[in-house]
Design a protein around this ligand. Structure first.
Ligand code: FE2
Length: 268
């Protein structure tokens, strides 16, 4: 499969090793891929909703691990218009020095079909309940969740992570201290990250584009200031109906093919 567009479509991501060296040209290459995938006149027309240099050029190196997440989050219980991230592009400047961090990609279908789940109506009820106790800062704004671990424990109906609503000062994304503790968390939910993850050692001059709602992403290793350009293409001010549509695409991954839908859990 040599065609980048075909890879993005079938795998949910594409790693382009001979990307343009120049930042602007790399951006245009990512933009062209996303436009080709979605069509420039798609349902909402995708816009650039995020443009970051990570870590900032004048900042500090990142911590050694980033938990699995979705940029801009998944609108699990939408109540107001929000921007939804649809595709993320990562590019490392061609003249950047040594890179040690690795991007972790976890295709949702590969992960979530490892076990059974309850029916969708029950899933939605569980997300709504979890949002009230653990997720949303303001219930009037609905519940958007960025953490894959939180989505999994909400779906399983077994909340164990600290509540960002109740625990003052808890920072989203800090659910786990280490990669090992994150892996153990998923194992307790009968999910093996190792069996489904793809690791991308993105190097200088390379470009990675992935479907932000089909593939959760994270990092192992540390990034140096100015290492990574990140662009998020998404839907600006997506309405509630549209957010539900996008959410339901994510929820489709919870339906195990040919499964008897028996919910299997490891002991807590
Ligand atoms: Fe991210």
């Amino acid at each position: 499969m040599d065609d980048p567009l075909e890879q993005l479509e079938q795998l949910g991501f594409v790693w382009i090793r001979d990307a343009p060296a120049d930042r602007e040209q790399a951006f245009e290459a990512a933009r062209a891929l996303v436009d080709a995938r979605e069509g420039v006149d798609g349902p909402a027309g995708l816009s650039l909703v995020g443009d970051f240099l990570l870590p900032p050029g004048d900042g500090e190196q990142s911590r050694a691990f980033q938990t699995l997440h979705f940029d801009f989050g998944v609108p699990l219980d939408p109540k107001v218009e929000v921007d939804v991230g649809r595709y993320t592009a990562l590019h490392i400047p061609s003249r950047f020095g040594r890179v040690s961090a690795v991007t972790r990609l976890v295709p949702l279908t590969a992960l979530l079909t490892q076990r059974g789940w309850c029916p969708q109506t029950e899933l939605l009820a569980r997300f709504s309940e979890y949002g009230k106790t653990h997720g949303a800062w303001n219930d009037d704004h609905g519940y958007i969740e960025g953490s894959l671990a939180r989505i999994v424990e909400a779906a399983a109906g077994r909340p164990a992570l600290p509540s960002v609503k109740i625990e003052a000062g808890f920072l989203c994304g800090m659910e786990f201290e280490t990669l090992a503790s994150e892996l153990r968390f998923f194992e307790r939910h009968s999910l093996s990250i190792d069996e489904s993850a793809v690791e991308v050692s993105l190097g200088p001059g390379e470009l990675l584009v992935f479907d932000n709602l089909a593939v959760a992403h994270g990092r192992r290793g540390t990034r140096q200031p100015g290492e990574l350009h990140q662009w998020v293409f998404g839907e600006c001010g997506a309405g509630i109906a549209r957010q539900r549509e996008l959410r339901d695409r994510v929820l489709a991954a919870f339906r195990a093919p040919a499964s008897d839908q028996v919910v299997t859990e490891a002991p807590a």
